[in-house]
Design a protein around this ligand. Structure first.
Ligand code: SAH
Length: 363
């Protein structure tokens, strides 16, 4: 007997949900209607979708599911930063962080469980790569935030979504692109492309492909101004060195003269914050339409790195500004709840890691 696994309709963008309804001998507009119920109204129970005929509702209950990650833990920091640890149904967890600010409020979401890229200062890297998130799991993080922030006030309370949580979004290309479609769809979250930012460590072929299907904002994790150092800190650089990465960045925004790429630069004391790095960085950033976001390192227990001092970070910012490069320093937020990338899940995995370290040390 053929057992058909019910499809999770939360993970289908407009094109895919219309196709699914047509394939099941229903009109495409029913698909759009269901999409609105699921995302805009946050209703996951078919029986509560009151303007959908009873027969169709029964059919949905048989052939489809509407599933969102479950909140395993919720924390709110003194500065209003909120963090949700979400359980995916297979024991894996991811996290999403909400960062309210004066004139913008940002939700930072994950794209993978763990990460394969092994950036040296990142706590997600310690977990290694586990698996890609599916579309419903990516969008589900926004669904959860929308419900938690109060659906009505959602658009006031959440102005931006950034793919800067766990994982490398361009290594989960198709699912991330579909999820970004849903974020922009008026029947779902209705965010403008200017309010979505994808952050990548620089998988160049995927970046080139992204340009053909999406024009959201791009942030690039640079973190070092020369290949020798970047090879160590961001190992994917060995495959796609800085010159190639910057060429792809220029292409990405070539059609619009007003656009800039944000380059993230985590400030590591004594590692990438010396005078030589500063002059190399200024020169490099003058060669592309760039904004630089200087990030104080968010330390985590196993890291050997320390953040540069506030004074040093400010010196970097001033020199970049003098060089004509827009430059900001990221505020450290949610410090009391460990809201930095991968840190809460890091706690969950700590015991496993400790055992692993002990085993390795013993051998
Ligand atoms: N893989 C993607 C997105 C996830 S990381 C990328 O590399 O861009 C999101 C951002 O957080 C990146 O700029 C990353 O380098 C930075 N980051 C990682 N660990 C950090 C830490 N401990 N302190 C500060 N920033 C960190």
């Amino acid at each position: 007997m053929n057992v058909i696994t019910p499809i999770n309709l939360v993970g289908l963008n407009r094109q895919a949900i219309e196709a699914w309804f047509l394939q099941h001998q229903h009109k495409a507009f029913h698909g759009r209607n269901v999409m609105k119920w699921l995302h805009k109204h946050g209703v996951l129970d078919w029986q509560l979708m009151t303007d959908i005929g009873k027969r169709l509702r029964t059919e949905l209950a048989t052939n489809a599911i509407a599933k969102i990650p479950k909140i395993a833990l919720e924390q709110t920091a003194q500065d209003g930063t909120r963090k949700w640890l979400l359980e995916l149904g297979d024991g894996n967890c991811i996290e999403a962080v909400y960062i309210p600010d004066d004139n913008r409020s940002t939700l930072c979401i994950s794209s993978q469980v763990g990460c394969a890229l092994n950036c040296q200062f990142c706590s997600t890297a310690r977990q290694g790569f586990v698996r890609n998130l599916n579309v419903a799991e990516i969008v589900g993080q926004v669904w959860v935030a929308a419900r938690k922030l109060g659906a009505q006030r959602f658009t006031n309370q959440l102005t931006n979504v950034v793919l800067m949580g766990m994982g490398e979004p361009l290594a989960n290309f198709n699912n991330v692109v579909q999820a970004m479609d849903l974020l922009q769809d008026d029947l779902a979250y209705g965010l403008s492309k200017y309010r979505i930012t994808l952050s990548t460590a620089g998988i160049v072929p995927a970046l080139r492909r992204l340009r053909t299907v999406s024009d959201v904002n791009l942030a690039v994790s640079l973190h070092a101004p020369n290949d020798e150092l970047r090879n160590q800190l961001v190992p994917i650089n060995r495959k796609y060195p800085i010159a190639e990465l910057l060429a792809a960045c220029k292409e990405f925004i070539a059609d619009d003269k007003r656009r800039k790429i944000t380059f993230e630069y985590v400030m590591l004391d004594g590692i990438n914050d010396q005078d030589i790095h500063l002059s190399q960085l200024v020169r490099l950033m003058q060669s592309v339409p760039a904004k630089v976001n200087l990030i104080p390192l968010n330390p985590f227990p196993e890291t050997i790195y320390r953040s540069s001092s506030e004074t040093r970070i400010e010196e970097f910012r001033q020199r970049l500004l003098q060089g004509g490069i827009m430059s900001t320093t990221r505020k450290t937020r949610g410090g009391d709840i460990e809201a930095a990338c991968g840190q809460l899940v890091g706690q969950v995995h700590k015991n496993i890691q400790r055992n692993l370290h002990l085993t390795l040390r013993r051998n």
